[in-house]
Design a protein around this ligand. Sequence first.
Ligand SMILES: Nc1ncnc2c1ncn2[C@@H]1O[C@H](COP(=O)(O)OP(=O)(O)OC[C@H]2O[C@@H]([n+]3cccc(C(=O)O)c3)[C@H](O)[C@@H]2O)[C@@H](O)[C@H]1O
Ligand SMILES: Nc1ncnc2c1ncn2[C@@H]1O[C@H](COP(=O)(O)OP(=O)(O)OP(=O)(O)O)[C@@H](O)[C@H]1O
Ligand SMILES: [Mg+2]
Length: 276
Amino acid sequence: MTDRTTLSPQHEIARTLRVSADFDATTETERRVAFLADQLTTTGLHALVLGISGGVDSTTAGRLCQLAVERVRATGRDATFYAMRLPYGVQADESDAQAALEFIRPDRVLTVDVRPACDAALDALLAGGAIFRDAHHQDFVHGNIKARQRMIAQYAVAGAHDGLVVGTDHAAEAASGFFTKFGDGGADVVPLAGLTKRRVRAVARVLGAPSALVDKVPTADLETLDPGKPDEEALGVSYDDIDGFLEGEPVAEETAAAIVHRYRITEHKRQLPIAP
Ligand SMILES: Nc1ncnc2c1ncn2[C@@H]1O[C@H](COP(=O)(O)OP(=O)(O)OC[C@H]2O[C@@H]([n+]3cccc(C(=O)O)c3)[C@H](O)[C@@H]2O)[C@@H](O)[C@H]1O
Ligand SMILES: Nc1ncnc2c1ncn2[C@@H]1O[C@H](COP(=O)(O)OP(=O)(O)OP(=O)(O)O)[C@@H](O)[C@H]1O
Ligand SMILES: [Mg+2]
């Protein structure tokens, strides 16, 4: 169990990532719809843009976006939600992505296959002399190119329609630094910020998301050689442990130490670029 030495970083990380001690899913759902509507109003922009993967994070954020633009439209302002399907070729769990879209009921759906751009980038890198340690290392870096290509596609649509790019970063992902820097980590507004993974699922339930999506195993699904690899396998720590840690529960000492270590080595991802 945690002792005094691990308790302090636990509370500090939770505070920095704005994980609240109390949580009411209905209140938080409403607060986050209001946040997105407010961002559209205060920026004077007219669209929200978000990639929908079929995972619980984008299912939840996507429905929040749709409710927010409908709220803004009710005030007489122009607002549209652009949901983007961004598969790399054919996505194995495409049916989940379609179920997510059916639930979200977005104003517009744009489908962009990121594969040609990602493969062209890798081919050009190899032709230009880039060297990887082995096939798995190359596949890992190619995976991050996929996440960044999705960011490029979303910013293109935001640029075309005076919109804001929505990110799905939440406290469990932020704590572990488990996102691609300037890839899925690149966004203008992050409506799930401060939520642990189980709290994201609770918001999804309040919104009425299908249980198959609410309880779906999280995957970044970036590696071609290891499709659909569960995040928890890659992380070596369960979301339940990360959530418990962030919510102030007692956590086994070595688990707490592993989370604090990951948090510290990924600090650069949560900050602006380092300057002299
Ligand atoms: N100390 C430091 N100070 C400043 N910058 C530092 C740095 N260490 C690395 N860097 C920079 O950061 C780069 C590494 O960061 P990055 O490019 O992100 O790469 P990296 O963290 O190695 O990989 C991203 C990880 O996030 C996972 N991911 C990505 C997308 C979505 C999800 C999901 O949950 O669904 C998960 C993905 O599976 C992978 O395990 C380095 O190449 C270097 O440029
Ligand atoms: N195939 C895809 N199509 C569209 N957007 C995608 C795709 N893959 C990833 N994204 C975007 O990148 C974000 C980060 O991926 P991430 O895997 O963390 O979230 P998720 O798939 O929504 O949920 P989970 O983490 O539970 O799998 C997604 O929320 C989504 O906005
Ligand atoms: Mg996913």
